[in-house]
Every structure is written in C-alpha cells, then in structure tokens.
Design a protein around this ligand. Sequence first.
Ligand code: 5GP
Length: 188
Amino acid sequence: MEQTKKGRLIIISGPSGAGKGTICAELLKHMPDLVISCSVTTRAPRPNERKDRSYFFVSTETFLEMVRNNELLEYDQHFEHYYGTPKKFVVDMLNFGKDVVLEIDVKGAFQVKQNYKDSILFFIEAPSEQALYERLIKRGTESEDKIQIRIARNKLELAQRHKYDYCIVNDELDRAVNEIITILNERR
Ligand code: 5GP
C-alpha cells in the first residue's frame, strides 16, 4: 500500500513578547494548509483571550491528570503555571498530512525535537531587550514585576537560540513572516 505523506512539525518558540502569536496568525493566513495546535494551560485567561481558541484553560488537577494519562506531547511549568501540547490533535493532523505549528517555549521545543527529529525549529527574537520591554508594556497584560520576570527569562532563552534550526529577528512583521514562509517552501 502506498505510504501517505506525513505532515511536518513546525515549532515557533522564543521569549514571551517576541511576537510569536502574531507571526503564527500571519503564517496561517498565508499558508492555508497549516494548522495550529491549541495548548492547554492552568493560567487564567486574559481579557482578550478566547476559550478553546487561545488556550484550553484547565485546572491544575485536570492538567496533572492529562500528564498522568500521557495525553501531552510535551509540557512545562513556568511563570507559576503549566503549559502543554495535547498529543492527539498533533498526531492525527501529522498522519493526515497536515503541517502542524506549535507555539511553545524553549524547553518544550527541545522536548518535542527529541521525539520528532524532523521537526523544524524557529527561534523568534525581538530586535532588542528594549523592544521586548516596550512590546510587553504595550500588550498591557502583565504587571511591571511580571514583565521583569519575562525579561529575565528572555536572557535565558536567548542563550539557547544556537540550538535552533533558524533564528528569525522580528524587527518587521511582514519581513519576518516572509522569511519563515520562504524557508518552509524551500524545505518541502
Ligand atoms: P503566555 O502566558 O504569555 O500565553 O505564554 C507564556 C509562555 O508559554 C510563552 O513562551 C508560550 O510560548 C509558552 N507556551 C504556550 N503554550 C505552551 C505549550 O503548550 N508548551 C510549552 N512548553 N510552552 C507553551
């Protein structure tokens, strides 16, 4: 029987505030064959977030139950909350031949790469620490002390960027998105 072509796992990661979410939304607009995985989190929804679209918002108890049942492809705990990628959706889509985008943090990206060696890792970085700070302020979803925690984490994540397949500087949205699309098309 002819083997159907499997989809590719595309991981978009990097510091919080670097613009990963916006980049993913643009990628979906330009590449209609992509699907994006919706993560599970134990953090509370932000005012602009939509249930079951931005995240599946669950209790810590439910999250840990999912971990015990091996329902997550990867997971991590940061900023006092758990975040994880539901496995079934990703595996089903890959088997269906769809390319799947995961927008996850650095630790999660490496967990996935270990199990899915062919996954394509993109590290998205802000043009500077100042730009990252300004974006987090403009987003208006975090208090000053939480922003400082995210800035500190940015430094740790930047130190890991050499392990990625590609580093994309999000200096200008259209340019950064086009760079990713070109890479994905060339690797087909
Ligand atoms: P936020 O709270 O700003 O939505 O996300 C905080 C961080 O968690 C971001 O760096 C985001 O990429 C990461 N994140 C979101 N979903 C997942 C996930 O499923 N797994 C992991 N490991 N990190 C995630």
